[in-house]
Structure formats: C-alpha cells, structure tokens
Design a protein around this ligand. Structure first.
Ligand code: NAG
Ligand code: NAG
Ligand code: NAG
Length: 342
C-alpha cells in the first residue's frame, strides 16, 4: 500500500531576515535652480536602479496598454504643474534618463496609491509628538525611501521623508514650528510645504485648511506648545472638519487613517482601531518618541514602507525607519508523500 499525506498550510506571512533600516539622507538646496536641485539624489542612488524601480512603480499603477494612450494627456497636464515643481520634474527626467511623461506618471503614482496612518499625541507635560506609517503596495519603495533636508540660505528650512523621483512630500517638519503629514482622502495633488507655508503651527493650520486643492486630503499637524495638534479633513475648497487635541477631556491623541474620523472605517480596515488600542495601552503617562514609534510599528501593515516619528520642538529627533519587508509565501501546496509498505 502507498500512503500519502498531504499537508495543507495557509498563507503564511514571513518577515525576511532583513532588519529595519534608516534611509539615506540628501541635502536639497532651494537656492539652486529647480532643474538641477535634485541632482544630489544621484550621490545616494544608482541611476540604473532608479530607472528600474520607477518602471516597476509605473507599470503596477498604469497598465502598459494605457501607458502610451495617456502620454499626450500627461504632457498636456505638465502646463498645470506649478513652478518650481514643473522645473524639478523636468530636471529629474533629464538626469534619470527617463521620458518626461514617465516622471510625471511616477509623481502621480506616488500620490494615488498611498495609504497612511498618522498620530498626533501629547504627553502629561504638554510635549507634542507626531507619528506616521506610510503604506504603499510597492515593495520596491523601501529602497527608494529617502530623508531630505531642504536648505535655504544654508539653513534647514524643513526636512521630510520621500521617495526618490517624487517632488512632493507627505511627511515632514519645519524645525521649532510644526510637523505635518498628509493622508490620502481620494486622489490628491499634494504639495505639502508650499501649502503649509513658513509660519508656525497656527499659520500652518489656517493655510492647510483654506488653500484650494485638487481633492480631499487629511492633514495631521503638530506644533511646539501644549494643545497644538489637529487633524484637518479637507475637501476641495476648504476644511470639512478640524479635530484638535483635547487633552483636558481625555483627547490626548488623535489618529487618522484614510477615512473621515467621525465615520466608522470599512469593516476590512482595522488600522484605526489597532492604533487606538496601541495608544490606550501605552497611556498618556508613557507616551514619548520611543513608545509612539513602538505603537506605530505595532499597528503597521505588511505594506507599511516606513515609520516616522517627529516632534516640532525637538527637530533633531526626527526619525524615519524603513520597515522590513513582509512577504506572503504560498505554502498551500506542500505535499508530504510518505511511502510505506504494509
Ligand atoms: C547637509 O546640510 C547640513 C546643514 O547645513 C549639514 O550639516 C550637513 O553636513 C549636510 N550634509 C551633506 C551630506 O552635505
Ligand atoms: C532592495 O535592495 C536590497 C539591497 O540592495 C536588495 O537585496 C533588495 O532585493 C531590494 N528590494 C527590492 C524590493 O527591490
Ligand atoms: C481607547 O480609550 C478611549 C478612552 O478611554 C475609549 O473611548 C476607546 O474605546 C478606546 N479604544 C480602544 C480601541 O480600545
């Protein structure tokens, strides 16, 4: 008799033997012409790798057969990209050796596929902390993550975390003024720091609430003083809702994912609840940069690319770490054949 045992295993998430790591940092000077401003990227990224990775992101966002069809549309759109971003995109295309339309599509791709969680929290002493997970369904972005220090007159104007080839910023801080992250609410053309301006927390909240944008977005903003933290829910013309910290009444943190905070999230999305649970477990007595990082990591998803923690009053503690890649192995077809004689 021949016996055969079939072992069925489900989908097993496996963390590869790769640790979290800090992305490279580049200095980008705003005093330099937009078309050459991003050249320093090539000091930390290999051009061939950049091209390959960009092609992967584009192909997984825009199907190949649509790609050529959209080219004329994309080129027409270029007229509507405001300066200095149009110049920056043109420059990026020239030194990445790609076509201009590809770099524009890449910038759109970075904007339309982002899912995020942002947290702003205040400790018992009034220190405000800001955490965020950036989720993207493209594993290759782990290797494109980059910290950018924007310099103006040789001073740090703001810093943030982005992806090589993208001229916008979803996560960043203006030192000793405010921290800000954007979470997608439908499609969004997000040019965070142009919108946020150069003032303090109050100015940033007012500007981020009012300036017309292409569609909705959530802006999560933290300041330097107690009580300075808010989630701004935006529609195209103005604020749909502003949800400030309210520590006196127990509101010592605010969590925003990609759904309006006053509505329940879809049943398949547990990120908000996971974050609330992690923060409740941490408690206001114990919240700080390290515990906020841990709480963010605890509720990261398999597609979380990076986690950032920051605090406007302590700009030197800005920290971004790229999450290890989690791959889902299909093990359901492992068959153990055991033969034995009777
Ligand atoms: C980036 O700019 C900062 C601030 O001016 C400076 O301290 C640092 O050395 C620069 N780093 C590089 C790699 O040029
Ligand atoms: C990222 O880079 C590492 C080391 O260079 C490489 O082993 C890995 O395959 C890359 N990951 C992706 C998703 O391209
Ligand atoms: C977190 O704590 C708040 C305040 O006590 C409570 O209203 C909320 O239900 C808790 N959330 C979770 C997910 O535990």
């Amino acid at each position: 008799m021949v016996g055969s045992a079939v072992l069925l295993l489900g989908l097993v998430p496996v963390v590869l033997c790769q640790a979290e790591f800090a992305p490279p940092t580049v200095n980008i000077s705003l005093d330099v012409d937009p078309e050459v401003r991003w050249m320093p990227l090539l000091e930390v990224f290999d051009v061939d790798y950049l091209k390959k990775a960009a092609a992967e992101v584009i192909d997984s966002t825009v199907p190949k057969w649509v790609h050529h069809a959209v080219e004329p549309v994309v080129m027409a759109l270029e007229k509507y990209v405001p300066q200095p971003y149009a110049g920056e995109i043109r420059g990026m295309a020239s030194y990445m050796g790609g076509s201009l339309s590809d770099v524009i599509i890449l910038n759109f791709a970075y904007e339309i596929t982002a899912f995020c969680t942002s947290i702003v929290a205040q400790d018992k002493n009034g220190h405000v902390y800001h955490g965020r997970n950036l989720d993207y369904p493209h594993p290759v972005l782990r290797n494109l993550t980059v910290n950018i220090i924007f310099l103006k007159n040789g001073e740090v104007a703001y810093r943030g975390t982005s992806f090589a080839g993208y001229v916008g910023l979803w996560t960043g801080q203006s030192p000793n003024k405010f921290t800000v992250s954007g979470d997608q609410r439908g499609y969004n053309s997000n040019i965070l720091f142009q919108l946020a301006g150069e003032g303090d927390f109050q100015d940033a909240v007012i500007r981020l609430s009012k300036i017309p944008i292409i569609t909705g977005v959530y802006y999560i903003v933290g300041g330097v003083r107690a009580g300075e933290g808010a989630v701004i829910t935006r529609d195209r013309v103005g604020p749909a809702d502003i949800w400030p910290l309210d520590p006196v009444n127990g509101g010592w943190y605010r969590v925003e994912t990609n759904f309006d905070h006053w509505l329940p999230p879809p049943s398949w999305d547990h990120r908000r609840e996971a974050a609330n649970k992690a923060l409740n477990a941490t408690g206001q007595d114990n919240i700080n940069m390290d515990t906020l990082y841990q709480a963010s990591v605890d509720q990261s998803t398999p597609i979380t690319v990076y986690t950032t923690t920051m605090s406007a009053a302590a700009p030197e503690r800005y920290n971004t770490l790229v999450r290890p890649q989690v791959i889902t192995l299909c093990l359901k077809c492992i068959c153990l054949h055991s033969q034995f004689l009777s």
